[in-house]
Design a protein around this ligand. Structure first.
Ligand code: IMP
Length: 428
């Protein structure tokens, strides 16, 4: 029963879309199991560039069934907008399946996300403002709206009433905004019901049947390990489980079905939003990584914070996710540096530690301990095997592999689909 999990090893934007693409047509189902339209996959096929926020990147591969799992939160107008955008470019989206148990992001939660961030001021999280946090909070406090609720107006109305009873107090009394009526929310959600209905299914059952037929199911994580609400740099995290454990709860696939866990890491590291980031660069090296690596958010356009590769983070991601294969992306961005620092440990208040600090305070105090590896100047964007790499680039990869706790199975050397060194087949 081959269920494969794909997760980000750092703070997101590692290039998961490309990895999905690498598995290509050998995958029958691609499941998004967490997050919502806070994600941003960029997939480049030929001359076409696709920026996906909510749809699983498998939507671009003919024959693959893309699934939005129960762990996802869905902004329906965004979903329809993405479908329309792809259809206009000739991409068939008719195979898309959406879990009846996935939660819907009502417009009041996007409003609340943004006003809460403003209210928090210097304590803000730096969210994408898409209503993700408030919608997961509603799920946990059991006042959420699920996809299936759109097909029963009476239930929908009751649920919206329940949610707004509290939220209107918050909006009016705390945030000084206008209140929202039950009618406007219900009406808006009902306008989507008929278009959504044919896509909706019991996706956990569908996937279980697919696995029983020995079909390959890829579980694609949004965000990344250090943005996981349990295992990330809390509170500067997203509100879902982006690690491999979340793949099971967010899809209904049991842990025993997962045969492979692939983690993606950039050859350096980036983060958007607030929160600790030990190897962050504030100098021209950071600028250079940002401009060469085109490090601007796919969803919000924000410049990404950039820093050197962090081994304790990669090792942590290997451990938390049970990684069987590591994919390193954007190695080509490092071409041209005389030497490349790699963080091998931290100094936390005078003590050297090689694991992630146990506490948030420790993380905020951590400064990187670097080893310096010799750089290379040769263009590596045409490399297709390890032998094509200059010896220093090869040594950089070997160094990461020895220290990260998982074998490296592929390396990205450019944005195009074929600009990849495949070391080990991801399916055999
Ligand atoms: P939220 O997911 O919008 O609540 O944002 C919480 C944190 O996660 C913020 O720091 C965001 O910048 C970050 N975040 C959310 N989605 C992504 C992503 O796809 N890539 C990178 N960072 C993300």
């Amino acid at each position: 029963m081959p269920a494969i999990v794909l997760v980000g090893a750092q703070w997101g934007d590692e290039g998961k879309g490309k990895a999905t693409d690498l598995l290509g047509s050998r995958v029958e189902y691609v499941v998004k199991f967490n997050g919502g339209n806070n994600a941003g996959h960029t997939v480049i096929i030929g001359k076409e560039k696709y920026a996906l926020h909510l749809l699983p990147s498998g939507i671009l591969t003919p024959g693959v069934v893309p699934v939005i799992g129960n762990g996802v939160v869905i902004d329906i107008p965004v979903l329809f907008g993405e479908i329309d955008g792809l259809n206009a470019r000739g991409v068939d989206t008719s195979r898309l399946v959406v879990s009846a148990n996935a939660h819907v992001i009502p417009s009041y939660n996007s409003i609340l996300d943004r006003v809460t961030e403003r209210f928090l001021g210097s304590r803000k999280i730096g969210t994408t403002g898409r209503g993700i946090g408030p919608t997961y909070a509603d799920k946990m406090t059991r006042v959420g709206i699920r996809v299936q609720d759109l097909f029963d107006e009476k239930i929908l109305r009751q649920k919206v009433e329940g949610a707004l009873a509290l939220k209107n107090h918050l909006l009016v009394k705390v945030y000084n905004r206008r209140s929202i009526t039950v009618d406007e929310v219900v009406e808006e959600l009902l306008t989507h019901a008929e278009r959504l209905r044919p896509m909706v299914a019991d996706t956990a059952l569908l996937l279980s049947e697919a696995l029983a037929r020995n079909e390959v199911v890829l579980l694609e994580g949004g965000q990344a390990t250090l943005l996981d609400v349990d295992h990330g740099t809390y509170p500067f995290v997203t509100s879902s489980n982006a690690t491999s454990g979340g793949a099971c709860t967010g899809s209904g696939i049991p842990p025993t079905a997962v045969t492979r866990v692939i983690a993606i890491a950039k050859a350096y590291i980036t983060r958007v939003g607030e929160g600790p980031f030990p190897t962050e660069l504030f100098d021209e090296d950071g600028e250079k990584l940002r401009s060469i690596g085109a490090e601007f958010g796919t969803t919000t356009g924000r410049p990404r914070r950039c820093g050197w590769f962090d081994i304790p983070i990669a090792r942590y991601a290997s451990r938390i996710n049970g990684v069987t294969d590591l994919i390193i992306t954007k190695l080509d961005v490092l071409t041209g540096w005389e030497q490349i620092p790699v963080c091998v440990a931290y100094d936390v208040d005078g003590e050297r530690i090689s694991e992630l600090p146990m506490t948030q305070t420790g993380f905020h105090h951590a400064t990187p301990v670097y080893e310096y590896l010799p750089g290379w100047t040769e263009d590596i964007s045409n490399a297709r095997s390890l032998d094509d790499l200059p010896s220093n680039a090869r040594a950089y990869i070997d160094f990461l592999e020895q220290r990260c706790g998982a074998p490296i199975s592929a390396i990205g050397v450019g944005p195009e689909r074929e600009q990849t060194i495949v070391i080990r087949d991801l399916l055999s």
